[in-house]
Ligand binder design. Structure first.
Ligand code: SF4
Ligand code: SF4
Length: 446
C-alpha cells in the first residue's frame, strides 16, 4: 500500500527468515562512553512482545480507537520459528568478536525502558534502558571488552542480555576488519517522496456545500497516494460515484468513514461490488454500529465500531493503533511530522487546511486550487515538527513508531505532547480514557 521512495534506504528482504546486510556504506565511528561501577539489572519488562501489523501513517486509525493490534506474549512461538531454521549463534564461540545490531533493527531510548523495533519481522521488544545504552554506545566492542568495561560483577547480566538478543536474531558478530565497514547503520536522515501531497482528508457534514469531485479532479497534479473521506451524516453509497474521478491518478488507497445504517450489513455491502467499481477502495469504517466487527471481502475491509463520530474533533487519538512499525514511519519521525507532513485536509465547510481540525485555512475549495493552497506561506508550518522536538514525546520509547497530532496539543503549545495520547512515558504506563478525560478536560465518545 505504501510505496514511498527513499534516499539512503535499500530494499529489505520480505523473507523474515533472512537477515541480509542492507547496504554497504562507510561506517560512521561510534563513540563509547563508559558507565563505571554501575550494576546492570535484568528487567523482565522486556519479555513483552507486540506484533504490529500497521500500514504507514495511520491517520484514519486515530479517529476510532478500536485497537487493531494483537498484544501477545507469544515470544516462544516466534523464537521457535526462527531458531528452527537458523542455528543460534553461540556467545561462547564469539565472545571475542565485535557485535553489531542488524541494520534492520532500531533502538529508541526511553525514560523508563527502551524499545528495539524490528520492522522486518513486525516485532518490537521492550528492553531495559541500560541495554539500549549498551547497544547504542558500544557497537564495535566484543562481549569480552564489554565485561571489562562494565565489570566482572555484571557478567551474568550481560550474558542474559546477549542470549536474549541472539535468540531473537537482533545482533550478529563481525568476522574481520573488512566487515567492520560492511554493515553500517541505515541512514534515516532523509525522507523523500515524489508527491507534493501524499495524504488527502475530505470531511463532509450536514452543511457541506462543496462537490468532492472538484477536489478529486485536482489530485493528479499533486500526486496524492492516499485519500480519506469522512462523512459525519448518513449517506447513500451511490453518492460515492465521484470516486470515479480517481481514475488515472496516483491514488493507491481510499478509506471512507460513514455512519452505520441498518441496511449496511456486510452482505449488503458485498453485493454492491464496490471494489469492482473503485479498485482503490481499501476500507469502509461504519461508526454508530450495533457491535464491533471486521469483515474482509476481496481486499476491502469493512470495519464496524459502536463509537460515535460527529465531527473532525474526534481525530487525534493516540494509542497502540497509531503506531506503525515500518521504515517509512521510522524515517519520517526523524525529521518530519508523522501526521501532517505532505497532508492536506478539506474541512466540512470547504476550507483548505493542513488537516481539517486545524484553525488556519489557506483558501476555499470554490475559489482556490489545491496547488495554490499548498504553495501559500504557512501551509507547511508543522511539516517538520518531529518527535525529538515535542515535549514528553522526546523521552518516549514509542517516538520512532508513533504518529503525531498538532491540532490538539497540551496547553495548545505547538511543541506540546498530543493532547489525546494515553501514554505516560515517565512511568511507562497507559492511562485509561477516564484518566485522560480528567487530565485534559476532553470529551471522548466511546
Ligand atoms: S493533526 Fe491531529 S487532528 Fe489533524 S489529522 Fe493529524 S491526528 Fe487528526
Ligand atoms: S508520548 Fe508521544 S511518542 Fe509517546 S505514545 Fe504519546 S504521542 Fe506517542
Amino acid at each position: 500500500m505504501n510505496h514511498h521512495s527513499f534516499i539512503g534506504l535499500e530494499t529489505v528482504s520480505s523473507d523474515v527468515a533472512l537477515r541480509l546486510p542492507l547496504s554497504f556504506r562507510k561506517l560512521s565511528e561510534s563513540k563509547a562512553s563508559p558507565v563505571e561501577g554501575q550494576i546492570l539489572h535484568f528487567n523482565p519488562i522486556y519479555q513483552g512482545y507486540i506484533n504490529l501489523h500497521q500500514s504507514y501513517r495511520p491517520i484514519s486509525k486515530m479517529f476510532t480507537d478500536a485497537p487493531r493490534v494483537v498484544a501477545t506474549s507469544n515470544v516462544t512461538e516466534k523464537v521457535a520459528t526462527t531458531s528452527s531454521q537458523y542455528k543460534m549463534l553461540s556467545l561462547a564461540e564469539n565472545s571475542h568478536k565485535p557485535f553489531r545490531l542488524f541494520s534492520a533493527c532500531f533502538i529508541t531510548q526511553g525514560h523508563t525502558r527502551s524499545l528495539i523495533s524490528d520492522p522486518q519481522r513486525e516485532a518490537i521488544y521492550f528492553v531495559p534502558v541500560i541495554l539500549g545504552e549498551i547497544l547504542t554506545k558500544n557497537q564495535g566492542l566484543s562481549f569480552t571488552q564489554l565485561v571489562e568495561k562494565y565489570g566482572e560483577a555484571n557478567r551474568s547480566h550481560l550474558v542474559e542480555y546477549f542470549e536474549f538478543l541472539l535468540e531473537r536474531q537482533l545482533i550478529f558478530f563481525l568476522e574481520d576488519d573488512w566487515e567492520q565497514s560492511a554493515f553500517p547503520a541505515l541512514d534515516l536522515s532523509a525522507y523523500e517522496s515524489a508527491p507534493v501531497i501524499e495524504h488527502l482528508i475530505l470531511d463532509i457534514g450536514q452543511d457541506t456545500n462543496y462537490d468532492p469531485r472538484i477536489v478529486l479532479e485536482q489530485l493528479k497534479e499533486l500526486g496524492v497516494f492516499h485519500v480519506e473521506i469522512r462523512y459525519y451524516t448518513s449517506v447513500s453509497l451511490d453518492k460515492l460515484s465521484y470516486l470515479e474521478a480517481l481514475k488515472d491518478t496516483m491514488v493507491k488507497s481510499v478509506e471512507v468513514l460513514l455512519p452505520y445504517q441498518t441496511d449496511y450489513t456486510p452482505e449488503f455491502i458485498k453485493a454492491q461490488k464496490l471494489r469492482e467499481k473503485y479498485p482503490w477502495l481499501l476500507q469502509i469504517t461504519f461508526f454508530d454500529a450495533p457491535e464491533a466487527q471486521e469483515v474482509k471481502e476481496q481486499h476491502l475491509l469493512l470495519s464496524y465500531t459502536p463509537q460515535t463520530v460527529s465531527s473532525a474533533q474526534h481525530c487525534g487519538k493516540i494509542g497502540y493503533w497509531a503506531f506503525a512499525n515500518d521504515l517509512p514511519m521510522i524515517t519520517l519521525n526523524q525529521s518530519h511530522n508523522s501526521c501532517l507532513y505532505k497532508t492536506m485536509g478539506i474541512d466540512e465547510n470547504g476550507f483548505i487546511k493542513n488537516c481539517p481540525s486545524m484553525q488556519e485555512n489557506f483558501g476555499h475549495i470554490n475559489n482556490t486550487s489545491l496547488t495554490e493552497a499548498v504553495a501559500k506561506p504557512g501551509f507547511r508550518k508543522h511539516w517538520n515538527t518531529h518527535k525529538a522536538q515535542i515535549e514528553v514525546c522526546k523521552i518516549c520509547e514509542f517516538r520512532d513508531i508513533c504518529s503525531d497530532c498538532r491540532a490538539y496539543t497540551q496547553n495548545d503549545d505547538p511543541y506540546g505532547k498530543p493532547l489525546k495520547c494515553g501514554y505516560d512515558p515517565y512511568v511507562g504506563e497507559w492511562i485509561t480514557n477516564t484518566q485522560l478525560i480528567e487530565q485534559t478536560n476532553l470529551t471522548i465518545t466511546q
